[in-house]
Design a protein around this ligand. Structure first.
Ligand code: ATP
Ligand code: MG
Length: 308
């Protein structure tokens, strides 16, 4: 910043007015932070998630403007940044939380930008006096970054009269209020359960500024995600296995415990297992490309094809 651009500090009467900058260069502000790159990576690396990506962009924009306003000498209160990520399993919540932590760090809103994932078991003790030190330890580890509480509704167990979850909840509420400068909390879980949880714990709801909903992936998106995972592990589908995997997705989506992108990762792990057994059973010399190629049989041996 040159002397001319520097905002005039609050001075005596009339001191600030003549030198206050009239323009700020937003292009430069965007260029100066590596956040544009992080947003582009989010766009490229993650398939689908259109509404989530838009919200992340919006939040990043608001925060960037906050920094620009600060530099222009305008009053800027640090915004509340606690968030909720709702969606079914495997819709990318943890993955996006990691990206979010990085973006918050690049914009200068958290010191370190790491992500600490915690569930009820990490926060709540089994005996009197165990909960406070457990919660404290997790919060301490997360300071300067993002604390991601997965399936946050398990903290609250109204059916248990003496449930230590309530103790953890109260500590978290305090931390969210008093350490807003140094810690961002993201509460994650299924949408309908989170709604119930927020209704029973309005203190959480009122402390959360951004609610992000993660939609289920379409069959095409799941195929693209699977292709990406396969390529990244240096395997490849051929025409037969690609068609078989499309069919696999259609069937798997209708079955219980379907977990979106996570189910794709698990399916690919099992396919790799079958491919390995097939190759070892045939033994002898194999072309290197055969070590990469997934055969339709590797896909069709799944029990998904046996169940009606
Ligand atoms: N949009 C996406 N594009 C590519 N890969 C994805 C996408 N979303 C998720 N994945 C991959 O799917 C897996 C599951 O994602 P993640 O753990 O982020 O989901 P989650 O919503 O946190 O799931 P859970 O509720 O089971 O914890 C990860 O391996 C992740 O890399
Ligand atoms: Mg997760």
């Amino acid at each position: 910043m040159t002397a001319a651009e520097r905002p005039t500090p609050e001075g005596g009467p009339g001191a600030a007015a003549p030198e206050a900058p009239l323009y700020v260069d937003l292009d430069a502000a965007i260029r100066e932070t590596p956040v544009a790159e992080a947003l582009a990576q989010l766009e490229d690396d993650l398939i689908g998630l259109r509404p989530v990506k838009e919200r992340v962009r919006e939040i990043a924009g608001l925060l960037l403007l906050g920094k620009v306003r600060e530099r222009a000498g305008l009053q800027t209160e640090r915004p509340t940044l606690h968030m909720s990520f709702t969606g079914r399993p495997g819709t990318g919540k943890t993955t996006v939380a990691m990206r979010m932590a990085r973006i918050l760090h690049l914009l200068g809103y958290v010191r370190k930008g790491h992500l600490v994932v915690a569930t009820r078991d990490d926060l709540v003790g089994q005996y009197v006096g165990h909960t406070a030190p457990k919660t404290k330890e997790v919060v301490k580890r997360a300071m300067g970054g993002v604390l991601f509480i997965d399936e946050a509704y398990y903290l609250y167990r109204p059916e248990n009269e003496r449930d230590y979850g309530q103790e953890a909840i109260e500590m978290l509420l305090q931390v969210m209020e008093n350490h807003r400068e140094d810690l961002v909390v993201i509460l994650a879980g299924y949408g309908d359960r989170m709604d119930t949880f927020f209704r029973s714990n309005p203190g959480f709801h009122s402390r959360i500024a951004h609610h992000l909903e993660f939609p289920d992936y379409s069959a095409d998106e799941l195929m693209t995600i699977a292709e990406g995972m396969v390529a990244q592990q240096q395997y490849r589908f051929d025409d037969g296995s690609r068609a078989a995997f499309r069919e696999y997705i259609a069937r798997r989506m209708r079955q219980p415990h379907f977990a979106n992108a996570r189910s794709m990762r698990n399916a690919i792990d099992r396919i790799k297992l079958r491919q390995a057994s097939r190759l070892l059973a045939s033994a002898g010399r194999v072309a290197v490309d055969e070590l990469r190629r997934i055969d339709a049989a590797d896909v069709r041996a799944s029990r998904v094809f046996r169940e009606a």
